[in-house]
Design a binder for this molecule. Structure first.
Ligand code: PMV
Length: 349
């Protein structure tokens, strides 16, 4: 749409009526989300708590395209088809329904995360998409409703709306509508005292064998340990909140590590087992143990993949990164601190 020639785009199907770009960062859960009690609304069984990173942002641009017959979505210049495309369309449908605007959209998303790094690019992806799409469709949402909406795309995206530490409530008391009761909010932490860093060991950049969506469903349905994991995770959450309040990195790390091991244990007990950890992951976990034996406060967490994230104090980053690098043959090591929440970069209508 140009000022010199306002008629120019009229007969072109892609003529713009609204466009916006947003930037979001991935987050790593220190108390994990694993299992949905409602698949359609993406309502989890348990509360979870994460740190948003300052690295690997996703940038997403959404442009309304009246006349276009279906949404066009590219991720790193690759056209999405099949299930990944269907997921984005279903998400945009929610925004079309709420905004009352039926136009299809062109979505261009770009990840900076190393391919297959298991760094929750769906969290940064759907947080950026929610923000850009709402702006493009003229839907003004505060950060809490935005977090609820991002949740519908990918559960963990609810937390990437916020910077640093965020808690995603599974079901906040006092809401009759369960959709309204499930959102993330920031957890105040004295970052200068805690000064946390995650050293990320990408031991295997291949695609994960089972999607987290599939694996969660299978775990909830078949793992005899699921109920007890959910109960111990809520105790972990209470402990984590207290540890963060005290800015006590040792306690934060200890709880994060046991919570992640619990999540992997519950998957291993599923029938058949879901196993994301590989021998290369165990080598890094051994290095973390060795660091602790040598008096370094370093704690591991792992998600739906073999890569290991090691929490430590910023002052000890080099020592930890060095040990993790030595244990990560053939992979890559990255360092991330607490990062910002999602932000709108530009808007045009
Ligand atoms: O949001 P999803 O569907 O990609 O699931 C994320 C699950 C974990 O990363 C394993 C844990 C978490 O809380 O982020």
């Amino acid at each position: 749409m140009t000022a010199e020639d306002p008629q120019k785009g009229r007969d072109r199907p892609e003529a713009e009526t609204g466009a916006a770009t947003a930037l979001a960062h991935p987050n790593i859960a220190l108390v994990k989300y694993w299992g949905k009690r409602d698949e359609r609304l993406v309502l989890p069984w348990t509360d979870s708590l994460s740190m948003t990173l300052d690295t690997f942002p996703t940038t997403t641009r959404v442009r309304l395209a009246p006349g276009l017959r279906q949404d066009t979505v590219t991720l790193d210049d690759e056209l999405l088809v099949g299930e990944p495309h269907r997921r984005v369309v279903a998400f945009l449908d929610l925004i079309r329904e709420r905004s009352g605007r039926p136009e299809k959209a062109v979505v261009e998303s770009r990840n900076t995360v190393p391919t297959g790094a298991g760094l929750a690019s769906s969290a940064s992806g759907f947080a950026a998409l929610a923000t850009a799409a709402c702006a493009a469709y003229g839907l003004r949402l505060g950060s809490r409703p935005l977090s609820r909406l991002a949740r519908r795309g990918s559960g963990s995206a609810a937390r990437s709306v916020f910077g640093a530490f965020a808690l995603w409530h599974a079901a906040r008391a006092g809401y009759d509508d369960p959709d309204l009761g499930s959102y993330a909010e920031p957890v105040p932490v004295r970052l200068d005292v805690l000064d946390p860093v995650l050293v990320i060991a990408v031991v295997d950049a291949g695609p994960k064998p089972v999607s987290s969506r599939e694996a969660m469903r299978h775990t909830v349905d078949t793992s005899p340990l699921f109920r007890s994991w959910a109960a111990s995770s809520s105790a972990d959450l209470a402990g984590m909140r207290a540890a963060l309040h005290r800015a006590d990195l040792d306690a934060v790390g200890e709880i994060a590590e046991r919570n992640a091991f619990g999540m992997h244990a519950v998957m291993l007990a599923a029938r058949p087992a879901v196993r994301y950890l590989s021998p290369a992951s165990l080598t890094v976990l051994d290095a973390v143990l060795e660091l602790r034996r040598n008096g370094v406060s370093a704690w591991a967490t792992m998600d739906a993949g073999p890569n290991v994230k090691v929490l430590c104090r910023r002052a000890e980053t080099e020592r930890v990164a060095c040990a993790v690098r030595a244990a990560t043959t053939g992979g890559s090591v990255h360092v991330a601190g607490p990062g910002p929440g999602v932000r709108l970069l530009g808007e045009y209508r």
